[in-house]
Design a protein around this ligand. Sequence first.
Ligand code: ADP
Length: 257
Amino acid sequence: PARPVYTGELPKGLQTISNIIAISSCKGGVGKSTIAVNLAYTLADMGARVGIFDADVYGPSLPTMVSPENRLLEMNPEKRTIIPTEYLGVKLVSFGFAGQGRAIMRGPMVSGVINQLLTTTEWGELDYLVIDMPPGTGDIQLTLCQVVPLTAAVIVTTPQKLAFIDVAKGVRMFSKLKVPCVAVVENMCHFDADGKRYYPFGRGSGSQVVQQFGIPHLFDLPIRPTLSASGDSGMPEVVADPQGEVAKTFQNIGVCV
Ligand code: ADP
């Protein structure tokens, strides 16, 4: 999709990035980080140059989900920039790689720290920067969206939480910023056992969302023990099983961003 109207001055650190994709959710624990990381590694597997920015200050999950050799971000003292760490060719920045001293911060401080970390990083030439947004649609999210010219947003939700009000909040925030919501991912939507498919959280609300909000794509991801285990082991599922069902879903998501 075309880059939306962006009136701010483009921060220098972001000038060499072609597409910035926000992965957003209205609540925590719905699988946003899992989807951000697997999407990033899928795009890399498709041949793109990719970075991940984990914008969650309070609960950064990137350090658990990937296993870079160097687990601390380096500084370039002359240029006063941050050098991302890297795992399997994907550049990574997270508060979890920033070392000790994470303090209790109020909202505006958090925004300042996130924006600084994002814009002073030497990302280099990237086709995609995937931003794992902090959950919710409050001030931290809004300022982050105003600092970076987002190309597209993907909203992650789970079937039981697929309340219109919640998804609508996300869609409204992005539409205010003229960022197209290209897809909704309905995570943990079903599981298969004894040759049968179960929908523990109900079904059918996804297609309503697509109709009501005019979002072009809806993707389902099943509950998969391997998806959770791979997240905990530091090896994304799409890397561990590049031919699997999950990897195919991520390839489809990758095509629409
Ligand atoms: P969020 O970023 O929204 O807080 P996470 O991606 O950290 O959510 O996921 C929360 C937990 O649920 C993690 O332990 C993760 O491995 C697990 N999880 C996410 N999606 C799935 C899935 N489809 N099947 C099984 N476990 C999942």
